[in-house]
Design a binder for this molecule. Structure first.
Ligand code: HAM
Length: 460
């Protein structure tokens, strides 16, 4: 084993090597980029405040419905997504890696498979219906654009078990309530369809086999993204002739009653019952039948839905989701149907900004306690603590500068109040309290100081 002196010498040597390396890079104009990886975001404190505010709001609403929070790992076995998540995500968007033990792992692109795995693992223990929510960060290798990034956060809300239609209605009402929590319910519409209805169209009316039906679903889901020409070629390659395409186009142009008449099936019956339930809960005004909503994920089997902003500025869905009957079967003989949605932070923030629904957050700091001389630090800290004990956000300077510089620091940090004192104030058990928003200054007894600030800031 190397001696202590030897180790220290080694460390010094390493530091020198590192310094020389950094210098060389700088000399060659090779300083590291300060930009985050493409399609990801740095959350500076101002962004973090918005992000936290959005998720706290959502959490409040979801918890009011009795949903409980869960989470899982960022890395999952690759196979978890290979079977049901859908070709586009698995083949084109999944971030994956081999670990040192040669296990193929994926960085989660969505939460639903993890949820299904966790519920299956405790299948016989969990009280039903399972009402859970989560707020994971997810990774998809996408071309970054408005509403689409490579890393995003998602509120996931799911219910497994219970009467499927009651659960579908609860999930949609809850989702609308989340938007109501932001004051945005008037600017959205929820478009609903049913996979069983689509299956009926593809299989019975168009005579497609199960595999072609699945491929047509994908082509339709990607239609807006790939454009009409590529879409037409895609269908042609799948052997969907113009007659069948006409059947489909007629279907897409039909309202619900016309569809119900032309295509009576289980999917239509489910949709009708769901619309009735939503009528009763008062959510029906924001919900409409849209036969073009298909959803790209393979596991959906019944109701599917997406919520859209009514403003043309935001074309991406604010959330998407649906019912999955067979997802737990990936893990064994577990039969439990679920329904849920994922609401992304990127699209939600765009929505809130477009409709000016983000509040002004005010200052991040309530009080700045000045430090006129280093010897007075203990006194300054005591004052700061008395304010903190009432829940106020307080900063003290980490160096003692002149009076003017300290006040400038207080303003730069956005403090609402500055507490100032010198020997005279200390001798008299007082401090000067300056309201930085008005410039008003008063002398206050120390015992009274924190409650007084608290009263102004918290209004109590
Ligand atoms: P999804 O439609 O893939 O569904 O994503 C749901 C929402 O996440 C989208 O509507 C959008 O707001 C957001 N989102 C998705 N990808 C991105 C991206 N690349 N950048 C920014 N935002 C994005 C699911 O993930 C399902 N697992 C949801 C679900 C839960 N279904 C049942 N339970």
């Amino acid at each position: 084993m190397a001696s202590k002196e030897g180790r220290l010498q080694g460390m010094r040597q390493n530091t020198k090597v590192f310094d020389a390396y950094v210098e060389l890079r700088l000399d060659r104009g090779m300083a590291l980029s300060t930009q985050p990886y493409k399609g990801t975001r740095d959350f500076y404190p101002e962004d973090m405040r918005i992000q936290r505010w959005m998720f706290n709001r959502m959490r409040e609403v979801v918890e009011r419905y009795g949903y409980r929070e869960y989470d899982g790992p960022m890395l999952e076995p690759f196979e978890l997504y290979a079977a049901k998540t859908g070709e586009e995500i698995v083949n084109q968007q999944l971030y994956w890696l081999m670990d040192r033990g040669e296990r193929k792992l994926a960085i989660r692109p969505e939460m639903t498979p993890t949820l299904a795995r966790m519920v299956a693992a405790k299948f016989h223990e969990l009280p039903r219906p399972v009402r859970w929510f989560s707020t994971p960060n997810l990774w998809r290798y996408e071309r970054p654009q408005r509403g689409r990034l490579r890393e995003h956060w998602q509120l996931n809300v799911d219910v497994l078990g219970g009467d499927p239609l009651l659960a579908d209605a609860e999930i949609l009402s809850l989702a609308l309530d989340v938007l109501r929590g932001f004051g945005g319910e008037k600017h959205v519409s929820i478009r609903v369809n049913n996979r069983r209805l689509m299956d009926h169209l593809f299989r019975e009316k168009m005579g497609l086999n199960a595999e072609t039906a699945l491929q047509v679903t994908k082509a339709l889901d990607a239609r807006a993204k790939v454009g009409e020409e590529a879409y037409a070629k895609w269908l042609g390659d799948l052997g969907v002739d113009s007659q069948k395409r006409d059947v489909m186009e007629r279907f897409f142009q039909s309202g619900f009653e016309e569809t119900a008449k032309n295509l009576p099936c289980e999917g239509v019956t489910e949709l009708r019952s769901l619309f009735e339930l939503l009528e009763q809960s008062g959510a029906a005004g924001s919900v409409q039948f849209d036969p073009t909503v298909l959803r790209g994920l393979d596991y959906y089997t019944g109701t599917v839905f997406e919520m859209y902003d009514t403003s043309p500025d935001n074309r991406r869905a604010i959330f998407g989701g649906g019912r999955y009957d067979n997802l737990l079967a990936l893990f064994g003989n577990y039969k439990l149907s679920g329904v849920g949605f994922g609401m992304g932070d990127v699209t939600l923030r765009n929505f809130l900004e477009t409709h000016q629904l983000l509040p002004s957050f005010g200052s991040a700091v309530d009080v700045f306690v000045s430090l006129p001389r280093p010897e007075l630090r203990l006194h300054a800290e005591k004052v700061a603590q008395s304010c903190r004990s009432l829940g106020l956000r307080v900063i003290t300077p980490l160096s003692s500068e002149g009076f003017g510089a300290q006040l400038k620091q207080a303003s730069k940090h956005g403090a609402r109040f500055a507490v100032l004192f010198g020997d005279t104030e200390i001798a008299q058990g007082q401090a000067m309290l300056k309201d930085l928003s008005t410039g008003e200054q008063v002398t206050v007894g120390l015992a009274e100081l924190a409650p007084r600030i608290h009263q102004v800031i918290k209004g109590t």
